[in-house]
Design a binder for this molecule. Structure first.
Ligand SMILES: [Zn+2]
Length: 394
């Protein structure tokens, strides 16, 4: 049931021109993916998808799981490579079903990266054709730092992988692939670290990685986390990112969304599962953008933006009625993506526990070091308060 001819006010036609002038100046400096509210809610509700063997522990720590759902966004202020983990600009590389995008990070990086030598005079040369064993070079020198855009290599170490005598002062591996985001690759890596936390019986690690991976899985469910046009900046829709993923859930999730999504199930093929999430998100992108264009054109201009008090600041933000009109046009999309995110998180927590051999979680309780947790939290909050983000906002 599509809604192009729906119940919109007849006044809504005259304003195209003034909209073009006016519509692009939205801007919310506090925007983060799903908003803090959305991420916390999604992680919290994922707990209720778990089987009895896991439910007890996760319920006892539900406050932690939900509060720490936003740590990865805070970490973008503290860690140089954090931002790339939250998105993939998949349309930079290919179109659905992305046959040309390698599913494993090694192939992706080696396809797009370049090994460069730099002389003492600062001249540089592409050395890619001189590498004799690229696989070893990758595993020995690159893989540790694979999510950096530029990997600095120790000259001594590089020479054994090259067919010539070293004449360069410095060696760099330029790694442009990660700049377009690594979300599905990082999810796969991070999933393994959750399995390791379960296998090692480290409760603190289980909670921390569970909360974190919940965040990244939620980000993967947002269509605007899968595109170069992530904030509508290429289509004159600046601000759409926070509008869709923060403003709409903040206004409508609590009263209208059904967040009980069923029981977690074991996922056999994690890689395909993560890529399917990205593909499903990307498939919705056109509608996210088109519906906003439509509503912007057809809703009275002077009732689109309101002023709101946030953290002692006045911000210009989409008015509730305007947001409701967009929300209606999206026809349940935001709720569905949230529900899918909740279930996916439960599925992955559950699968990691199974893959770790179903350890008895109730025995782990004593190992929790609360002082360490609060010290980690303080460091993150401090970085965030300094307010300088590495990489982009969205
Ligand atoms: Zn994020």
């Amino acid at each position: 049931m599509k809604k192009r001819n729906s119940q919109l006010n007849p006044r809504m036609r005259w304003l195209t021109f003034s909209l073009l002038l006016f519509g692009s100046i939205v801007g919310l400096s506090f925007s983060v993916s799903w908003g803090f509210y959305g991420h916390r809610l999604i992680n919290k509700m994922a707990v209720f998808t778990l089987p009895p063997e896991m439910l007890g522990l996760y319920k006892r720590h539900i406050y932690y799981i939900s509060e720490h759902a936003v740590d990865p966004d805070k970490r973008r202020y503290a860690l140089k490579n954090e931002a790339y983990r939250h998105y993939i600009d998949i349309d930079h590389w290919d179109t659905i079903p992305f046959p040309n995008v390698p599913r494993d990070i090694k192939t992706a990086i080696l396809t797009h990266g370049t090994l460069v030598g730099i002389t003492t005079e600062k001249d540089s040369a592409d050395l890619s054709s001189q590498v004799v064993n690229i696989d070893s070079l990758y595993y020995d020198l690159l893989s540790m730092d694979r999510y950096s855009k530029v990997i600095e290599l120790d000259s001594e170490n590089v020479s054994v992988y090259l067919s010539h005598d070293p004449v360069y002062e410095e060696y760099l591996f330029l790694n442009p692939f990660v700049g377009y985001g690594v979300l599905p690759y990082f999810l796969e890596d991070y999933y393994h670290s959750l399995v390791r936390q379960f296998s090692g019986g480290n409760l603190q690690g289980i909670l921390r990685v569970s909360a974190d991976i919940g965040h990244y899985i939620s980000d993967a469910h947002v269509p605007l986390h899968t595109t170069v046009n992530y904030n509508g900046q290429l289509t004159n829709q600046l601000g759409i990112h926070a509008f869709w993923e923060s403003r709409l859930p903040e206004l409508f999730a609590e009263d209208r969304y059904d967040m009980v999504v069923g029981k977690a199930e074991y996922i056999e093929d994690k890689r395909t599962y993560f890529w399917d999430i990205i593909t499903d998100s990307h498939r919705l992108l056109a509608e996210v953008l088109e519906d906003e264009v439509y509503i912007k054109k057809n809703f009275p201009t002077d009732r689109q933006f309101c002023f709101d008090e946030r953290l002692e600041r006045t911000v210009r933000i989409q008015c509730k009625e305007y947001a409701a009109a967009y929300h209606n046009l999206l026809d349940g999309m935001v709720e569905k993506r949230m529900q899918d995110a909740i279930l996916a998180i439960g599925n992955l927590w559950y699968s990691a526990w199974i893959d770790a051999g179903q350890p008895d979680l109730d025995k782990l309780e004593q190992s929790l070091d609360k002082t360490k947790i609060s010290a980690e939290q303080e460091a993150l909050d401090k970085a965030r308060n300094q307010n300088k983000i590495f990489g982009r906002e969205h």
